[in-house]
Design a protein around this ligand. Structure first.
Ligand code: 5AD
Length: 347
């Protein structure tokens, strides 16, 4: 199995195109031709973690930190709703203070109050206590994204500081807590960072299957000059190789997990102008549109060359959807769909 996956990840040229086509056909057959939209709000870049690869790590003093106010967040939610999108992702740096937990909780209750079941909310706010995950679930969050970054504890420890705050098993426990509570759970990892081999990526893909996740976000690693991992830049595969590995990973995962939601991640776009569309053609069925106001774009810089595309209105969304639909006749996009994971629904 591992060898087969490694072979598939290494395909290029005509064989690679065939791999992607097969994955797209499997997607249509199992989850349908629909591409689901998620409107992203980057709520806060304040982060207690210090991951060696990430631009908003706590040690990066060059970042000016922000947390959106309750009002601003609700204003963006209203923009999203008016633009016709009914699925929101609230992403944030990791913080465990009661103030932060309460703020997210209030936003969730306010969304429930104003939009009832119209809007589906996904959270991506890092590792939290089970109690906190539970509170947010009661307040209305139905999905949670938490990447494991690498399924090998040894490799995990090479890209994170060696302290209690960065613990591989704690990360896995969080994923288990989320599942126990009843969230649709998403996870994933970075592809092509220094020290990671193709075999490791194959293992990460199998690990997603073992975890039985409902959703996946995985994307190429992109260096950031203000992070420790930047020092190992010389070891990196070329951007086009990382793009290929990212796309092939999507295609392989679609074969391993036919009915999950797979995001065509923003990092693909940083490596190729059509990256998002290429991801969809390779078996992904979810795209994210960033609704955070442009004034925050430089502050939420996880990696270099991160897409600056911003959406605020129905027109801007429409233009983007047109581009996506033109790219492939098979894509059907209905922004109003919640796009719950079929895998979760079938359980
Ligand atoms: N390149 C690619 N992805 C990154 N992330 C953080 N830093 C980088 C980087 N330099 C991803 C991590 C994290 C998600 C929010 O962003 O996988 O889980």
């Amino acid at each position: 199995m591992l060898d087969e996956i490694v072979n598939a990840l290494n395909l290029r040229g005509e064989e690679q195109r065939a791999l992607h086509q097969k994955a797209r056909a499997l997607t249509i057959k199992n989850v349908g031709a629909n591409i689901y939209l998620r409107a992203l709000i980057e709520f806060s870049n304040i982060c207690k973690k210090d991951c060696y690869y990430c631009g908003i790590r706590s040690s990066n003093k060059k970042v000016s930190r922000y947390q959106l106010s309750f009002q601003r967040t609700m204003e963006i939610v209203e923009n999203i709703y008016r633009a016709g999108i009914n699925s929101i992702v609230i992403q944030s740096g990791e913080e465990q203070s009661e103030n932060f937990i309460k703020e997210i909780e209030s936003i969730l209750y306010a969304i429930k109050d104003r939009y009832a079941d119209d809007i589906r909310v996904t959270l991506s706010c890092g590792e939290q206590s089970k109690e906190c995950y539970h509170r947010w679930f009661l307040a209305g969050a139905k999905r949670y994204l938490l990447r494991f970054e690498s399924s090998s504890e040894k490799i995990y420890n090479t890209i994170h500081p060696n302290n209690n705050n960065h613990n591989f098993n704690a990360r896995l426990n969080s994923l288990k807590d989320l599942k126990d509570i009843g969230y649709q759970v998403g996870s994933g990892f970075m592809i092509g960072f220094p020290g990671q081999r193709i075999e490791d990526i194959a293992n990460d893909l199998l690990f997603l299957k073992m975890l039985d996740v409902d959703m996946v976000g995985m994307g190429p690693y992109i260096e950031h000059r203000d992070t420790p991992l930047y020092a190992r830049k010389e070891e990196l595969l070329s951007p086009s190789e990382r793009l290929s590995l990212g796309l092939n990973s999507i295609a392989v995962l679609r074969q391993l997990m036919k009915d999950i939601n797979i995001a065509s991640t923003t990092a693909l776009e940083s490596l190729h102008p059509q990256g998002k569309i290429l991801g969809l053609k390779a078996g992904a069925n979810v795209v994210m549109l960033n609704f955070t106001y442009s004034e925050y774009e430089d502050k939420y810089s996880l990696y270099e060359n991160k897409s600056k595309a911003r959406f605020a209105s129905y027109d801007s969304v429409k233009r983007s959807l047109e581009q996506i639909s033109i790219a492939d006749q098979s894509f059907i996009i209905d922004p109003k769909q919640h796009g719950d994971s079929l895998h979760y629904k079938m359980k």
